[in-house]
Design a protein around this ligand. Structure first.
Ligand code: FAD
Length: 458
């Protein structure tokens, strides 16, 4: 009889896992069990009146090729869109400053733009320059991103330039965020070259020079990220994989040879299981041994706030894509994308689309405020940064509670121990997804692929 595998969760990780498992071993029967009535998890695209608006994640990093390869394999080659480039800004000291040219994730690799920016004081620049003199020191087993950069470049460069850029990706407190789990290459570069700036400059010189106009780093689809999910679902269904919506898993029981999964109160047998739900969900099913780490792993709640205006209401002549905000600024929003400028396919001509993020670690602003209050708070902040007249034509607030898993110092070593434990104690079962190795969409695809290959060959 054919083996049966349950993939729990139809977010990008679960759908990718099913795709690669079917590809690796088409004899396995796959059921995707999804609690809600739609696929995609955090991915949600709103399309109406010429707008294509992302309510969750907004794009993916093009250099992580696996997502583009998967998109091409499911027929979306001609749908891929690259972002328009332009200046990005940082809001700090009550002002928007262009990010100094040549900086990579905030680390200066060209001296002239760094020396001429007013974002960092002369003393702060001098302190950053000490990176050339400070010897690398062992930071085993792990250290926070904040501690690493404070030591190398000083507090000011960290707080005004690096923190706003890096912490947003993880919705994290930079002084708790694990360097080894998120940006291990920075430590490797520092050690190899004896300094971070020196190392980043050397890496930049070695990188192949692109011919033609500079391309944006991010990728999207003409009809939004949800069109990627829909194409993936269609591909899976054509291959006979069933996606069972409104199938909420409540528990997993290990048997001598396989698993019982409790779905909507009923026990169903599967030989193999791939779990891709967030840790806030699966920790109620399995929390023995090192898995109890997930009992206290933190999450951040965030909200995306979309505001659409007529162009005549917004005075924004910047040729830019948006701005991030230094934590020491007194704002509720943490970043804002000038979406119509970054992604022209998202907005009808004559309209301006702003998309802001709300929610920091430890803040209850998303939980404590209703949508109208969140719009008000976001607008209050935006009025400090931009000239906007009148009320938006429409707004959309999407709250994503406990949606950003926090990779605190020591995270990845614990994950390795957990993966080893699961492999030995739960044969034929894999847990993966954004709570594990990385949160980015292509990383989720890659984690789904690894889970599938492990299950296919176990
Ligand atoms: P999820 O998307 O959470 O999917 C899990 C699925 O499991 C859901 O469908 C859920 O309904 C289902 N489920 C839950 N409980 C059960 C149950 N009991 N039984 C059955 N099914 C269940 N990444 C980027 O690369 N680019 C971005 O621009 C970006 N922006 C982001 C913005 C925000 C606001 C957030 C929160 C994240 C962002 N990310 C971004 C990260 C990325 O969106 C996520 O890491 C990724 O979508 C997680 O996918 P997943 O499949 O692992 O989990």
């Amino acid at each position: 009889m054919a083996k049966k595998c349950a993939v729990i969760g139809a977010g990008i990780t679960g759908l990718s896992a099913a795709y690669y498992l079917q590809k690796e071993d088409s004899s396995i029967e796959i059921d995707i069990l999804e609690a809600s009535d739609v696929p995609g998890g955090k991915i949600k695209t709103y399309q109406k009146d010429g707008y294509t608006i992302e309510l969750g994640p907004e794009s993916y990093l093009g250099r992580k090729k696996i997502m583009t390869e998967l998109a091409e394999a499911i027929g979306l080659k001609d749908e891929i869109v690259v972002n328009n480039t332009g200046k990005s800004y940082i809001y700090a000291k009550n002002k928007l400053y262009p990010i100094p040219g040549g900086s990579i994730l905030g680390i200066p690799t060209e001296m002239k733009p760094f020396l001429s920016t007013r974002l960092i004081s002369p003393i702060g620049k001098l302190r950053a320059g000490m990176d050339y003199l400070i010897q690398p020191k062992p930071m085993e087993p792990d250290v926070s991103v904040g501690a690493f950069f404070r030591r190398r470049l000083g507090n000011e460069t960290l707080e005004n330039l690096i923190e706003p850029l890096l912490s947003g990706i993880y919705g994290a407190d930079i002084d708790k965020l694990s360097l080894k789990s998120t940006f291990p290459d920075f430590k490797a570069t520092e050690e190899k070259h004896g300094g971070l700036i020196k190392g980043m400059r050397a890496n930049k010189k070695k990188a192949p020079k692109s011919k033609g106009p500079v391309q944006g780093q991010f990728r999207q689809f003409k009809n939004g990220l949800m069109s990627f999910i829909e194409a993936l679902v269609k591909d899976l269904e054509q291959k006979g994989i069933s996606i069972k919506y409104n199938h909420k898993v409540d528990g997993i029981e290990k048997l001598d040879n396989g698993y019982h999964i409790t779905v909507n109160g009923e026990k169903v047998y599967y030989d193999k299981v791939i779990i891709t739900v967030p840790h806030t969900v699966f920790r109620n099913w399995l929390n023995d041994g090192p898995l109890n780490y997930f009992d206290y792993m933190e999450t951040t709640s965030v909200a995306t706030v979309v505001m659409a205006f007529d162009d005549s209401q917004v005075n924004n002549n910047e040729n830019g894509t948006g701005f991030v905000i230094a934590k020491n600024s007194d704002t509720v929003i943490t970043a804002c994308t000038w979406t119509d400028k970054k992604w022209s396919h998202t907005t009808p001509p004559g309209k301006t689309l702003l998309r802001a993020y709300v929610g920091r670690p430890g803040s209850n602003v998303v939980k404590d405020n209703d949508d109208a209050a969140i719009v008000k708070l976001a607008r209050n902040d935006l009025d400090k940064m931009m000239e906007i007249k009148g009320e938006p034509e429409f707004t959309i607030v999407t709250k994503l509670f406990n949606s950003m898993p926090q990779y605190e110092v020591g995270h990845i070593d614990r994950i390795r121990a957990i993966q080893h434990y699961i492999k030995t104690q739960y044969p034929g079962l894999v847990i993966t997804g954004a709570s594990f190795e990385a949160v980015g969409l292509p990383d989720c695809v890659a984690q789904g692929q690894r889970a599938a290959l492990q299950i296919a060959h176990e």
